[in-house]
Design a protein. Sequence first.
Length: 97
Amino acid sequence: MVFRLGRLLELLREVRPAAIATLVPLMDDPDGLVAAYPSIAPWNFSRDFLARIPEHLAVVRAADVGWSDWGTPGAIELTLAAMGVLPPWQAPLCAAG
């Protein structure tokens, strides 16, 4: 996905105002953002946002592009494995020397 952040936030304010009302004021405060994130009820980005703004979307065919829905840690691990990348949390621990 490619978008201008300002425009994405405008659309989110229209479609999912409660979801971002808490987060936007904290965009420049990483600690506050992390602390506030768990207070937001989960929602599906595709169904609850993208599907509601089709007039603002464009689709472009791209060759040799993959897709993975990273909705779970297992999905992330499968994607990284397909890329030949070992996730940091699976790397062997080094003994202190």
